[in-house]
Design a protein around this ligand. Sequence first.
Ligand code: GTP
Ligand code: MG
Length: 289
Amino acid sequence: MNVSSKQIQWFPGHMFKSLREIREKVKLMDIVLVLLDARLPFSSMNPELTKIVDKKPILLLFNKMDLSDERILNQYISLYEAKGYHTLKIDAQTGKNVNKINALAREVLKDKLDREKAKGLKERPLRTMILGIPNVGKSTLINTLSKSGATKTGNTPGVTKAQQWIKMGSDFELLDTPGVLWPKFEDQTVGMHLAVTGAIKDKILPETEVVFYALNFLKTHYLKRLTEKYEITANDDLQAMLDKIGTKRGCLVRGGEIDYDRVYTIVLTDIRNKQLGGLSFDRPETLSV
Ligand SMILES: Nc1nc2c(ncn2[C@@H]2O[C@H](COP(=O)(O)OP(=O)(O)OP(=O)(O)O)[C@@H](O)[C@H]2O)c(=O)[nH]1
Ligand SMILES: [Mg+2]
């Protein structure tokens, strides 16, 4: 398998515009919430993040923790914390740990908030925005945060462009347009990991190569899960793995031939829907932060 870097140069033109807009908006924030994919703590991080966010405090939120392999996720969290980042694992869909974001943000901003208090200013919502690569869960988090807030009002008095802010109880004022970052895209492995998890559109990389990569990866790191799910063993090569999955899942066409296109879809769907348990694709040994 040889995917040229050209094939994964998917960076769409509108990302440049979005980057400019994000830079402008970040200036208004107390703190920036950066969503990473818990299965891809390296590949879902934008290499230029610190430049974009300039000197604003950052909270790294590892979303989709329910889909990840927590043992590997914890290794990455230690690495990021060693670099000085504040981190939290969340599941924006069920809301797990989402209620901890406010307290953590206030802890990070303690000095600034204490100074305001000393000046006699009242406690106020924190201004924030959510940044992250496509499909990482930005809209889901906004929905969950606004539901958990005591009130949600479109019109916030005292805020200049009121209609742009979502007020979430007394915790946050959130800019209503999430910032879409692009992931790193020159590294072949990173491209594969983004494709396997659905962070980049399926048509950007050839599906066969993505599926072959995924099966080989799973065989190396999660053989037991493959055995439990599809009866795949260590002796099976790629062809044998595809045939076993096809047979087991009834992907047959007339004449008993296997319909491989259906097998490919099944493999990707099973991975993304947690049918093989929590999986982590980035590994700190090879993709270290
Ligand atoms: N299992 C799981 N799924 C999640 C979680 N958060 C979001 N999702 C799912 O991930 C998919 C993408 O979520 P969105 O909130 O639309 O992602 P987004 O970052 O707004 O995506 P774009 O607007 O395309 O950039 C949806 O199918 C969500 O239901 C999570 O914590 N766990
Ligand atoms: Mg969205």
